[in-house]
Design a protein around this ligand. Sequence first.
Ligand code: SF4
Length: 241
Amino acid sequence: MSTITVDLAHTLVVREVFGPTVQGEGPSTGRRCGFIRLGGCNLSCTWCDTPETWDASRYDLRATLNRRTVEDIVTRAMEGMPSLVVITGGEPLLHQQQDGWNSLLSTLAASGAEIEVETNGTIAPSPFTAARVTRFNCSPKLAHAGDPENKRINGKALAVLRWTGRVAFKFVCTDPADLEEVHRFVQDHNIPEHLVWIMPEGTSAPDLADSLQLLAEPAIAAGYNLTQRLHIALWGTEKGR
Ligand code: SF4
């Protein structure tokens, strides 16, 4: 059995660490929290709002990403003593094989903070990860994201996420027709409706409000939850909020 070494000098590749702010999406919307945004993603969604974490064709990733120590990351994320820390990306579960990931989760868990990990659902959490994360906010990508189906859907990873018993599924929808694809997805992967959050796509408060208005009635009728993007309503696309 391998031994986990907690070393605050371990490092991870990070885009930004910020807070205190609020969780803008999903079941914890409105909760005060710190945010850790890690670099790298295994998908390339056309409407991605954080391409600077992975898209080397458009960004100089040596400038947008930095390798930082776990001590530095945790100290910054815990500024203001939030009771929740959100680890996002990119795709944060890409970092699971790194010593820095183990040290980060161990240190945050020891601090008493709850931990949410935002994932696209294509990578299974390890037992080590699953034991320390309070909730996975899993956002599987629909066809409109532009990724090939065999890249954006991994049934085994989704099954492991379901098995943790601590997962919410968040689907970005551009219009009500997308709900048909959500219905097929949740049936194919045996996802209970009450674990599903429908979220409008958009990067301005008026667009999000209009889109949510269209999605609300059919989503509620289908047994799903709704989420806005609170950080967009408050701060638009300003980074680090
Ligand atoms: Fe962007 Fe998320 Fe898609 Fe990765 S999975 S490309 S971070 S929207």
